[in-house]
Design a binder for this molecule. Structure first.
Ligand code: NAP
Length: 271
């Protein structure tokens, strides 16, 4: 990528598909140069080519497995070496079905690396640019799962809750600097998130949000300095209702919903 950027520059992790790819399309359209992170070279190269041709934007790709310290470092170093960075979107993420005790300690650690360690390192690398520019946006893609302590989603929920807490604290620390931060907290969205686990949710997906809508709500929210963005009225209501429940009732419901979901995933994995 050219050293002297005239256009604003955004780095998006997990830009191969879903919400990350929708951010890439939208920001290219909005006039950003892009650095797209993912793990699949072919898909990312194709996306980069389409965006470059459609929007005359410069697109660089960076491949990294974000559960690995050395790979995280690669992205961190690239961020540090940029001459400008206007937007950082920590979006890469995944889910694994099953109870915590059924997962290997290594897989639990890997998820924390992707959802929590990589984002904080990228934020640390990006902030000097943004503080110097006196502007910049950071979006951390969390999940409604951070609020709903469903059985079988312990590590996913906790690693995503970290992002919400981190974002709110950063917002407080960065007041008056010109840097805006947002935790984007989606519910079910039509992406590869579930299908990469072999599930077919074609029927259920009719009620899910499209990634483009999630991105639109996020960017509109950012303009209104919305620190916590939960796209969709129904989803905001669900979070509010569950938060208002007496804790014991909440725990029972989350246990029951988690058990039901576990049965479904067990069937999917057997078939
Ligand atoms: N879809 C939903 O219902 C939903 C709901 C709540 C929150 N979210 C959150 O939204 C974010 C985006 O997910 P999505 O729904 O757009 O799913 P997606 O289509 O599966 O995209 C996930 C992206 O993350 C990357 N990624 C996954 N694991 C990675 C790893 N270990 N190292 C590096 N990159 C990795 C993938 O890269 P490759 O494809 O190149 O491997 C892909 O680009 C995630 O953080 C997810 O937790 C999604």
């Amino acid at each position: 990528m050219n050293k002297l950027h005239e256009k604003p520059c955004a780095l998006i992790t997990g830009a191969t598909s879903g919400i990350g790819a929708a951010f890439a399309n939208r920001l290219a359209q909005d006039g950003f140069d892009l650095i797209l992170h993912g793990r699949k070279q072919k898909e990312l190269t194709e996306r980069a080519k389409i965006l470059e041709e459609s929007y005359h934007t410069k697109v660089e790709i960076i491949l990294a497995e974000l559960s690995q310290t050395e790979e995280i470092k690669k992205v961190e170093e690239r961020i540090k070496s940029l001459d400008r960075l206007d937007m950082l979107i920590n979006n890469a993420g995944y889910w694994e079905p099953g109870y915590l005790w059924e997962r290997s300690p290594e897989s639990l650690e890997a998820m924390i690396m992707v959802h929590s360690v990589a984002p904080i390192k990228f934020i640390r690398a990006a902030l000097p640019h943004m503080l110097e520019q006196k502007s910049g946006d950071i979006i951390n893609v969390s999940s409604i799962g951070a609020y709903l302590n469903m059985a079988t989603t312990e590590n996913y929920g906790a690693s995503k809750a970290y992002l919400i807490n981190l974002t709110e604290s950063l917002h407080v620390s960065l007041m008056g600097t010109g840097i805006r931060v947002q935790a984007l907290i989606p519910g079910f969205t039509v992406t590869n998130f579930h299908s990469r686990l072999g599930a077919d949710f074609t029927k259920e997906q009719k009620k899910w949000l499209q990634p483009e809508d999630v991105v639109d709500k996020s960017l509109r929210g950012l303009e209104k300095a919305q620190v916590l963005c939960i796209p969709g009225f129904k989803r905001r209501l669900i979070v509010k209702l569950f938060k208002a429940l007496p804790r014991r009732l909440f725990y029972k419901m989350m246990h029951a919903i988690g058990e039901k979901s576990k049965k479904k995933w067990d069937e999917i994995q057997k078939s």
